[in-house]
Design a protein around this ligand. Structure first.
Ligand code: PGA
Length: 255
């Protein structure tokens, strides 16, 4: 079902104690607002925080997500954390394909598809990120549409319709992440509409209508309302602005 989602990606920020406090505030906000069904708040703290955060949030109101999971099920993979371990501590979703993982950790579509499948096997929802770099954007629409299409075709579009229903897509132009540069509402809408059309081509119009597509990249309370008002934008994946409870609350209200 298509939902309205505001998701906070905390990245590698906050101590456990700070994270627990932030999570408590976000959860209290969600409880106070009594959000309608179909409007969801997601938070994605670092791995070290997840078990503690799971204890302090109202899991009916806030969905706990991880920022990554391993591409293998278990075994001798030093430093990795599996989807089933995450599931075991109350994690309900995982962000995969974030541009920082693609860029700094060389995650490609092949690796990402393995992660997606393992997450889905554990019953986790997947927030799958796509987006073009600054150079690709500047090379013109033909190129950046193709980049985004390829990121989908090689990964989530290979899934069955049933599995694809558990995918939330996040359009995150790399040039807008953490840079203070935000896509204009029109730029966001152009890509969201394109993604929805591609989902329709690959599956059906019904599946496309049910797909949740989030925008991410320097989204904050001052620009969220305009971006979220676009018809194919179903909410946001928020980085820096998700680290302050009141700012994140304002973004939640913007949707
Ligand atoms: P930002 O990050 O809001 O800090 O630009 C968004 C993201 O990377 O998910």
């Amino acid at each position: 079902m298509r939902k309205l989602i505001v998701a906070g990606n905390w990245k590698m920020n906050t101590s456990v104690a700070e994270g627990v406090e932030l999570a408590k505030k976000v959860s209290a906000y969600a409880v106070e607002k009594n959000l309608p069904e179909g409007k969801q708040i997601v938070i994605a703290p670092p791995f070290t925080h997840l078990a503690s955060v799971a204890q302090v949030i109202d899991s009916n109101k806030v969905i706990l997500a991880a920022q990554d999971c391993a591409a293998t099920k278990n075994g001798a993979y030093t430093g990795e954390v599996s989807a089933s371990m995450l599931k075991g501590i109350g994690v309900k979703a995982v962000i995969l394909g974030h541009s920082e993982r693609r860029q700094y950790f060389k995650e490609n579509s092949e690796i990402l598809l393995k992660k997606i499948k393992l997450a889905l096997e554990e019953g986790l929802d997947v927030i799958f990120c796509v987006g073009e770099t600054k150079d690709q954007r500047e090379a013109g629409a033909n190129l950046y549409f193709n980049v985004i299409k390829a990121q989908l075709v090689d990964t989530v579009f290979t899934l069955s319709e049933q599995d694809f229903a558990k995918i939330i897509i996040a359009y995150e132009p790399v040039w807008a992440i953490g840079t203070g540069l935000t896509a204009t509402p029109e730029q966001a809408q152009e890509i969201h509409e394109f993604i929805r059309k591609e989902v329709a081509n690959n599956y059906s119009q019904k599946v496309a209508d049910d797909t949740t597509i989030l925008y991410g990249g320097s989204c904050k309370s001052s620009n969220a309302k305009e971006i979220f008002a676009k018809k194919d934008v179903d909410g946001g994946l928020i980085g820096g602005a998700a680290l302050k409870a009141d700012e994140f609350g304002k973004i939640i209200d913007a949707r």
